[in-house]
Design a protein around this ligand. Structure first.
Ligand SMILES: [Zn+2]
Length: 110
């Protein structure tokens, strides 16, 4: 079976369908940060070991941000970041397919 080339409307339908599965989504990076606490005479801080906590780093409107992430939420945020990377790949493919479709439509009208 020979499929006819997709129209820009087909591309839109495909894109919306794909995007619907990409929530939660985030862009940035999740890192483990080591920092001291405020307790006096803390063993972990005294040895220089300190305490680890997750932080979401990113950029918004040109400004860097860092948001503390509780351990219990780290897996969810990691999932959101994976979706974010999938979203980026999806956008790249969408741009290519949309452009090709628009070019075909423009040729067909002439
Ligand atoms: Zn401490």
């Amino acid at each position: 079976m020979v499929r006819s080339p997709e129209s820009s409307t087909d591309v839109e339908r495909w894109f919306r369908e794909q995007v619907a599965h990409l929530w939660p989504a985030a862009w940035g990076s999740l890192s483990l940060r080591r920092s001291p606490c405020i307790r006096p005479q803390c063993q972990a801080c005294a040895t220089g070991e300190q305490h680890t906590s997750y932080v979401l780093y990113g950029r918004s409107h040109g400004r860097r941000f860092a948001v503390y992430v509780p351990d219990a939420l780290a897996a969810d945020i990691r999932h959101a970041l994976e979706n974010g990377r999938a979203f980026q790949a999806l956008l790249t493919e969408a741009g290519r397919r949309y452009t090709e479709a628009r070019k075909r439509e423009r040729r067909a009208r002439r």
